[in-house]
Design a protein around this ligand. Structure first.
Ligand code: CU
Ligand code: ZN
Length: 172
């Protein structure tokens, strides 16, 4: 009788874990933003796949009010004080820098972050051309916040200025 009770408890635990995983909506990735270029910017970014697009959600603080360039960069290395080690925009399709909603763009080109008067940004966007893993995968790369707005046209990076925060993207 005792053995039977333990078996039932074990089966329930497995069902509970399965239910928990599905309610979280499948695999995702996160990046913790670290300040760079002498800034005090911090925050977190979450990535998940939704209907063939990549959903990007972020909560960022310590910004100057207004728009800030926001991109997935090629290298998962934020170690330099100016985040130059993150290299350029992630560009799996070999295209020019551009507007996130257009066809001629780097995969890593995201809509600008918009900070309020308190320097805080709450962000949610869905973009094509990126995924969690595979040829267009962002895991193991980095996400960078810039001092200035991305103008969505200047080459090679939208003239968005210094890199004020950087985070390496990791599967969670
Ligand atoms: Cu960038
Ligand atoms: Zn770009």
């Amino acid at each position: 009788m005792k053995n039977h009770s333990i078996f039932v408890l074990g089966a329930c635990a497995a069902v509970l874990l399965g239910g928990c995983a599905s309610s979280l909506g499948g695999p995702s990735a996160t990046a913790e933003l670290q300040p760079r270029s002498g800034s005090t910017v911090s925050g977190s970014v979450r990535f998940s796949e939704v209907d063939g697009k990549l959903r990007v959600e972020a909560q960022v603080a310590g910004l100057t009010p207004g728009e800030h360039g926001f991109h997935v960069h090629e290298a998962g290395d934020c170690s330099a004080p100016d985040a130059s080690t993150a290299k350029g925009h992630f560009n799996p399709a070999g295209k020019a820098h551009g507007y996130h909603g257009g066809n001629e763009r780097h995969g890593g080109d995201l809509p600008n972050l918009l900070a309020n008067a308190q320097g805080e940004a709450t962000y949610s966007a869905e973009v094509t051309g990126l995924s969690l893993s595979g040829a267009t995968g962002i895991i193991g790369r980095s996400v960078v916040v810039h001092a200035d707005p991305d103008d969505y046209k200047s080459q090679p990076a939208g003239n968005s200025g210094k890199r004020v925060a950087c985070g390496v993207i990791a599967a969670r």
